[in-house]
Write a protein that binds this ligand. Sequence first.
Ligand SMILES: Cc1cc2nc3c(=O)[nH]c(=O)nc-3n(C[C@H](O)[C@H](O)[C@H](O)COP(=O)(O)OP(=O)(O)OC[C@H]3O[C@@H](n4cnc5c(N)ncnc54)[C@H](O)[C@@H]3O)c2cc1C
Length: 423
Amino acid sequence: MTCDLAIAGAGPAGLMAALSAAGRGLKTVLLEKRLDAGRLVRACCEQLIMDRDFQGDTVRLEGGAVVSLENGFRVPYVGPALNVVNKLFVSPSGSAIRFAHADLAPIVVKIDKELLLRGLWEACARAGVDLRPGAHVSGAVETGRGVELSVTRGGRQERIAARRLVISDGVNSHLASRMGINAHRPCMATALCVIYFLEGAEGFRPDTLYTFFGRAYRGLAPITVNAGRQPGQTSLVVIGNRANPPEKLFRAITAEGALAPRFRTIRVDGRLGCAARAYMPLREPARGSVLVIGDAAAYVEVEMQGALACGFRAGRAAAEELTGGSGFADYTRWWQRSFEFNGDDWMQVAQGFALVPAYTDDELDYLFGLIEGEVLEGTYNQYRSPRLMWGAILQHTERIRAERPALHAKIMSRAKTTLGDML
Ligand SMILES: Cc1cc2nc3c(=O)[nH]c(=O)nc-3n(C[C@H](O)[C@H](O)[C@H](O)COP(=O)(O)OP(=O)(O)OC[C@H]3O[C@@H](n4cnc5c(N)ncnc54)[C@H](O)[C@@H]3O)c2cc1C
């Protein structure tokens, strides 16, 4: 079987790439190892981020669609949409740093990702994409004229010749690794993440994203709580590793940690997990006939809207390549420019995430207490939030130096530390 473009993986990136390529007249095959690409089987918080200029785009949910203001795509979506207007970083004893817009405009909108994926799948079918659920791409080689893929489907092996290949197989980036594309790309850590969907959790507002910092909560990393998938449901995100599996941490968090009283009467409705490799981002996502997009090329994640943008741009890039243009080079420039983890200072984000275990619970209470009551700009951005938080705390530098000289010295030394140093 021969096609213009083969796409490996039908998450938001692959589906959007297929739609974008087929819309430009390419004979497109979309290969997805799962039988139902519209069903979520791994953890995802299912939220659209409303920050302006976030990862090269601004998205809005309007007129029954996810609308991209910068990249110019539109994905039909009619379904639940919950506006989340507050984000709280909470210290061990409960001091909260609040992020919110003055007009309480949403910071994120929680949506049903399954509906979004199903809508895209149906749009691909209408656009004439050759959709192959249950097709596992086990390898691919360059042939000089394009790529030959090895595919297993329904117990049968098949070879597919494609003039171009888009790899969109998600965060663990297996296919790119098999093709040698990740050879010089260090994997920093493997995180085990489980989202628990809970009935009966007390004291959490559905319009608020909570992150709890400190050993008192008994997590390995900060603990995130936000609205679940159903009305009245709460989701608890637990990040662990092999030595500290999420299930063990979940028991400690809900039974012994500082939040335990709020989990007294919970029932676990469901859980979704994932093992996510934190690779350094792939700065050069194109090689020969192959383009790696979405989470497969990212430092952990591009978020749903970033995946859609990658797919939209990748379909266009493949069409340009096949008519003698420089689509992959253009895509690469856009990718490097748009995603913050490709910037030179992205590792400074460690200043935010390194609150745990770098600072003791007592130090966190003191630092959060300095700016409790202030409202910081409403942003989800995980690179901007720590910068804003530290910017506000360091307005009190002289006071910290006078009251807590050892803590001041620690902050000054850690401010120069990057995530790379930590790992
Ligand atoms: C723990 C976690 C939480 C997240 N929370 C959010 C959030 O709240 N909001 C947000 O916007 N984003 C979130 N994201 C990120 C978001 O899920 C991703 O950015 C987005 O889904 C990435 O899309 P993708 O298409 O690149 O990869 P994926 O969605 O992972 O899709 C990859 C697809 O490839 C398929 N596949 C894999 N290997 C093969 C193979 N060999 N052959 C064929 N098919 C294959 C998989 O089955 C899958 O369908 C989260 C991600 C993780 C890991």
